[in-house]
Design a protein. Structure first.
Lengths: 467, 106
């Protein structure tokens, strides 16, 4: 009888895991992605229902345990419901970071509570326990800090004096106490020392990392969370946790690699705080440095209106100025005149992988107009006007030459277009802290304006001039 | 016990490989929903929390249980809802007219 229930629970858990994989598989096309998420959510519901049956049948649930568990779930669900409804899409990176934090934190708490319950565990389980609290701890504090940075409590990097020394010391403490637990210390305080060291490490890992490196950091912390959850699966000997954690670990790992490649930097280099960490663009006024060609709004409007093919190159500056709707309006106006309009999206255009696509989707830009770097680059040769808005380093042709801060970084071949218009407030340099050679290209015109206002003016000018 | 560990490790490694295979096919356009969706999946930690609730004892145990349950539930509920909301925004360009006629006739 109990065996029957046990088998049913295991089968349901397997079904849940299968749904996770199918859900992720459906994510490979925008047309099926939403269904994929629903399949995944269904799998989660099945897995949760199964585990509730399991503990209810276990016969060890007291009223107090039910009460604490359900109260926690209620509070958490309310918080999740509110944040999911209220969060603006520009703040998605923060929310993802917060979910990384709670996921990693919960995984670490499972290991701590399990160890607190009974520290007489095998070396294998102890290894998983230690890895769980270390990875979960780093993820928790690191993700909270990343979320705070993304929210703009402060941006840029902070390198506290002796930061590396403290990190090294924390690392040694974490490893030392971890080995003691694995060797069979059977002492909760020693495990808690490892937890505290991990929390410290998370802080010192994220502190020196600057804003434009955030896509890499979030992806890495996402991978960490998955791994921590998988370790919690080892601790509880529950395959559902192990499988789901591994899937998330794989997803985070792939995205980390893609983001690092898109910036031509190694993950180690970013975490160690490489270039750009202190590079705040020096605000020089328009026209400083080499000669650039400023243009007036009417010229831009005419060029766009009489073009056959226009590619818009949005960067994070567009989102920062909240100008997604204005750019959509401009694109719609141009399309109504028969202009072929598409968007070229660099992988790191935003604060997390794929962020710019979501921001434009929110502004009702159809996803088939959003083109990835490798697909769109050959199209610039056939493009009349490339309109660059709030993107900088990812368009710098200097990346094709060795010997500078952006060398080797994959860029959008904006300079191959017949004519280039850059909407920008000033000549300030980008994250890499170097001048963008695109701006001094003879084919480039600079339209100095705030992105939101500039685009609104462009729409108005186009309407009056050619309507 | 150690055979249990190796069994778990086997599952972990195979799931990791399946993950790499499935996820490397996701286009860059969907990377934010992918990460948000993966985020919801690690909300499965709530399953672990429920298992944990069957044997926690003492004030520390109950406090850890409450916090972990709240964290896990926020992760699951928030993750899936926000991913759904986000994916609802991805729309295709309105179909060109001939295609529309064809579908309306069907």
């Amino acid at each position: 009888m109990t065996d029957g229930v046990d088998t049913a629970v295991r089968l349901a858990s397997l079904g849940g895991a299968v749904c996770f994989v199918l859900g992720l598989h459906l994510m490979n096309s925008p047309a099926t992605a939403r269904r994929g998420n629903q399949v995944s959510a269904f799998g989660m519901a099945v897995a949760l229902a199964a585990v509730f049956v399991e503990v209810a049948h276990g016969g060890t649930m007291s009223a107090a345990r039910w009460l604490v568990l359900l109260a926690g779930i209620l509070v958490g669900s309310a918080a999740g419901l509110y944040s999911a409804r209220a969060v603006p899409m520009t703040s998605m990176p923060q929310l993802v970071s917060l979910f990384n934090a709670v996921g990693g934190g919960a995984a670490a708490l499972i290991a701590i509570a399990d160890y607190d319950h009974d520290p007489r565990i095998s070396a294998g389980t102890a290894t998983a326990t230690v890895l769980d609290v270390l990875i979960g701890g780093i993820t928790f504090s690191g993700s909270l800090l990343a979320a705070a940075k993304l929210q703009g409590y402060w941006s840029g990097s902070i390198s506290p004096p002796g930061g590396r020394l403290i990190s090294a010391a924390l690392f040694l403490v974490a490893i030392g106490s971890g080995i003691a637990v694995i060797a069979g210390a059977q002492s909760l305080p020693i495990l808690l020392i490892a937890v505290i060291a991990a929390l410290g490490l998370g802080v010192f890992m994220v502190l020196p990392i600057g804003g434009a490196d955030m896509p890499v950091v979030i992806s890495l912390l996402n991978a960490f969370t998955g791994t921590a959850v998988a370790m919690a699966g080892f601790v509880l000997q529950n395959a559902t946790l192990t499988i789901a954690g591994a899937l998330v670990g794989a997803s985070g790992g792939i995205l980390t690699k893609l983001m690092a490649d898109a910036m031509n930097r190694s993950v180690v280099n970013i975490v160690a705080g490489g270039f750009g960490t202190g590079a705040v663009g020096i605000e020089t006024g328009p026209g400083a440095g080499a000669a650039v060609r400023p243009v007036a709004v009417d010229d831009v409007a005419l060029q766009l209106a009489y073009a056959q093919k226009v590619i818009i190159v949005p960067g994070y500056g567009l989102a920062a100025a909240q100008a997604q709707h204005e750019v959509r309006d401009l694109a719609a106006l141009l399309e109504s005149r028969g202009v072929d309009v598409s968007y070229a999206i660099h992988p790191v255009a935003g604060r997390m992988p794929g962020h710019m696509n979501v921001l434009l989707a929110e502004a009702d830009v159809p996803y088939d107009q959003l083109k990835e770097m490798d697909d769109v680059n050959p199209e610039f040769d056939r493009t009349d006007v490339a309109l660059v808005i709030g993107a900088n380093d990812v368009t710098n042709p200097a990346a094709r030459r060795p010997g500078n801060a952006v060398s080797g970084m994959p860029i959008l071949d904006v300079d191959h277009a017949r004519s280039i218009i850059v909407i920008k407030r000033s000549m300030a340099s980008g994250y890499a802290g170097i001048d963008n050679e695109l701006y001094t290209d003879p084919k480039t015109s600079m339209f100095f304006s705030d992105a939101k206002k500039g685009l609104a003016d462009l729409v108005a000018a186009t309407k009056t001039l050619v309507a | 016990m150690s055979s249990g560990f190796v069994g778990d490790l086997t599952i972990f490694v195979l799931a990791l490989l399946v993950g790499f295979e499935v996820i490397s096919k996701v286009p860059a356009t969907l990377h934010t929903p992918l990460m948000s969706g993966a985020n919801s999946i690690h909300g499965v930690v709530l399953v672990g929390v429920v298992l944990l609730s069957a044997f926690v004892t003492g004030p520390l145990g109950y406090i850890l249980l409450f916090i972990a349950a709240a964290f896990g539930a926020a992760n699951v509920v928030g993750g899936y809802l926000v991913t759904d909301r986000m994916l609802g925004m991805f729309r295709r360009r309105p179909l060109p007219r001939p295609a529309e006629e064809r579908t309306s006739r069907d």
